[in-house]
Design a protein around this ligand. Sequence first.
Ligand code: H79
Length: 355
Amino acid sequence: MSGDIAWFRDAKFGMFIHFGLYSQLKRGEWVMHQDAIPAAKYADLAQQFAPAPGCAREWARLAKRAGMRYVVFTTKHHDGFSLFDTKLTAYNSVTTGGRDYVREVVEAFRAEGLRVGLYFSLGDWHYPAYAAVTSGDSSQQGPLREFIHGQVCELLTQYGKIDLLWYDGAFYDDKYLSAEILDATGLNAMARELQPDILINERAGTEEDYVTCENECKPAPYGVDWEMCTCINDIWGYAEHDYNYKTVNQLIFLLVNCATQGGNLLLNIGPRSDGSVPEAQVERLEAVGAWLRTHGEALYGIERLPKAFSGNGRVTQKDGKLYFHTLYWPGSTMRLPNLTPKYLTAGSRVCPRKS
Ligand code: H79
């Protein structure tokens, strides 16, 4: 079974959001692990977490201005803090602070007409059964599995239509959190029963609708849908010292490099704990959005060709037209040699080449 992939193929560009208790420490989303902060001490952060009201609407408006077509929001990262209403643990933003950030994000992005995806970490540094299972205690596999299936069920029943489910955090510990331990097959069957159109990534260990690559553009074979995720700088969760920003040109290159080879770019923002987005990230996204307002026709909805163009640049097609992106152009005259119908897929209706 598979979900509704058509919108995903057209979208090309999405917003990843890493936001959670870790945003307060300004050292990225791995800070609990890297600084070896005890779970009980880290949990104190829940009491001080006070993002500005309406921050999700700011993110959604920014995504829209940037020309992004969907969002993937961290409902729970590896730290285990749920940013949604869950009955399965008290360690969640509704219990500790009275706010359901998943609801806020879903409503805000829907209001901008964007698709909504939920990131969910299968690994959980707070939930005791996860620590037990990853220390080799197989008696806790059942309780952990029930917890995970239960939380995914909550996410897919409480917020209306959800377009995409983005698992993470089992992959790296697959010795312990294998597809078998997770019952990933059963988990995804449940997800598709609850949300028949949903798209699911492969990070619970089973082949699903599309494949991901992290911080590298690694096109999947022709015919396989894929998505690259990366940051505007280097670190996903807000990191005060991380000034290693990609330039606007680098970001546009990444977007074109993915889109012309059949993939989407899921580009991350790491808001501060008050919900504000660092200006360096806003500026770059707005510049990419401005580029897309001029060149979007040659990006949204384009289809990868079965055979790569061997000249300088990339050729794609849409609605019977070929679209060409040059990646480097130091000269003044652009020659397009060998741009013949062999670059069209069988079944394409029109070749714009003048005969
Ligand atoms: O959510 C983001 C990452 O936190 C998550 N996936 C993306 C989308 C991720 N989980 N694990 N990994 C990525 C790979 C682990 C990398 C590590 Fe490290 C190397 C963990 C410790 C050393 C990177 C550098 C993270 C902390 C320091």
